[in-house]
Write a new protein. Structure first.
Ligand code: MG
Length: 400
């Protein structure tokens, strides 16, 4: 891994738009532009060290702006941006990094992906800068009149960070200083020395704060939640699935109760309650999803209150427990397993009855039937079995 130092250039003296402070010390959403810019590089895994180039007589402002940030000592800036950068680079000479990223403190909204792209490009070239293609048509004008249109096809707007291999950039700055060449950014200094500078995509949000409008726009960009942040709140509800199973044997009678519907038959089902296997299996499925025991614990067969009881009481009780937990039943599915009676003619009535008991729309309730191909106790006509599944949705506040 190359050793990488970020230099945050914050040595400007310009006091903009009526404020008393140099703009790098203005506040954006509770943090100075300088502090926010420095933090973007401190938080970036490719950056080892962050140092700020500032004016020595701004030291009080500097200390307040970077309080709590793990920065290496600041470097005294010069009269121009170019001179400040040259001094910043010279201050690194004791322990020279492999790569240096130079960034304007007035671009506080630089994002990690832009920094990634600049660093990655330095594998291939001695210099790489964030930039965005010009999309507006450009006019050359004087006296308020257009004097022609400029071909924008090859034009890019330079941003920062601008990244370089340390040694050749130092040499380029030394040469520019010796020749008295003036440049508005480090890429221009590098170009004067013949270094290749790659253009990598920056971000339209990585704006340079120069006017009060820029500051307002930066506030608006920060106020807008990202899609991820919006999805993160409120917390997602919890989804739970429970299953149930029940069997009752045939005995004397003229009908069987299945899913809350009396189905005429030449036998009945034997049980302590009305022996409705469908309602019992579904009640257990709901209790299972709540991890709240089983139907026998809530309605013991030893309790005479439940003798001959309508099993709808059990299902309603389980549904009430779901509501008490801040949840709702999203779906219920019952499968009845028997050779006889035929379930098909009664299926719609069962679906309607279950939906009514659970206060659900019928399209959330399923009743199915199958045989076991005359195998086993259901195949021999000794009884009826039922299995069920229930899906619950429980608000995060109701869980845990
Ligand atoms: Mg039962």
């Amino acid at each position: 891994m190359p050793r990488t130092t970020a230099l945050i250039v914050a040595a400007g003296r310009a006091v903009r738009f009526g404020a008393d402070l140099p703009k790098q010390y203005l506040t954006l959403a509770g943090e100075t532009l300088l502090g926010r810019s420095a933090r973007a590089f401190l938080d970036h895994p490719a950056v080892d060290t962050v140092r700020v180039v500032r004016q020595p007589d701004h030291d009080d402002l500097y200390r307040a702006a970077v309080a709590g940030l793990d920065l290496a000592p600041p470097i005294d800036g010069g009269a121009t941006r170019q001179e400040s950068c040259r001094r910043g680079l010279a201050a690194l000479a004791d322990q020279p990094p492999d790569l240096v990223l130079i960034h304007d403190a007035a671009r506080p909204l630089v994002d990690a992906a832009t920094i990634d792209r600049v660093v990655a490009a330095l594998d291939r070239t001695p210099g790489a800068i964030a930039a965005i293609p010009v999309v507006d048509t450009l006019k050359r004008g004087s006296d308020g009149t257009s004097r022609g249109t400029v071909d924008r096809r090859d034009l890019w707007q330079a941003q920062t960070p601008q990244g370089f291999h340390y040694a050749p950039l130092c040499a380029a700055h030394a040469r520019a200083a010796a020749e008295g060449a003036e440049a508005t950014d480090d890429a221009a200094v590098a170009e004067l020395a013949g270094l290749t500078v790659a253009l990598v995509l920056g971000s339209p949000d990585n704006l340079k704060i120069t006017t009060a409008d820029d500051l307002s726009r930066a506030h608006r960009l920060l106020a807008m939640p990202t899609p991820d942040a919006a999805a993160a709140s409120p917390p997602a509800p919890e989804v739970r699935v429970g299953t149930g199973f029940d069997v009752h044997r045939f005995g004397p009678g003229a009908a069987v109760w299945l899913c809350g519907v009396a189905v005429p038959h030449d036998q009945g089902l034997v049980g302590h309650s009305d022996a409705d296997v469908g309602l019992h299996a579904l009640t257990d499925a709901i209790l299972g999803a709540l991890a709240a025991g089983d139907i026998g614990q809530h309605f013991p067969p030893s309790d005479p209150r439940w003798r001959g009881c309508d099993s709808a009481v059990f299902l309603r009780h389980a549904a009430g427990m779901v509501r008490a937990r801040g949840g709702r039943i999203a779906h219920a599915d019952v499968t009845l397993i028997c050779e006889r009676p035929k379930i098909g003619p009664h299926r719609a009535a069962m679906q309607t009855r279950l939906a009514g008991l659970l206060d659900l729309s019928p399209d959330r309730v399923s009743v199915k039937a199958t045989t076991t191909e005359r195998l086993g106790f259901t195949g021999r006509g000794e009884g009826i079995a039922a299995q069920a599944a229930a899906t619950l949705v429980i608000d995060a506040a109701g869980t845990g």
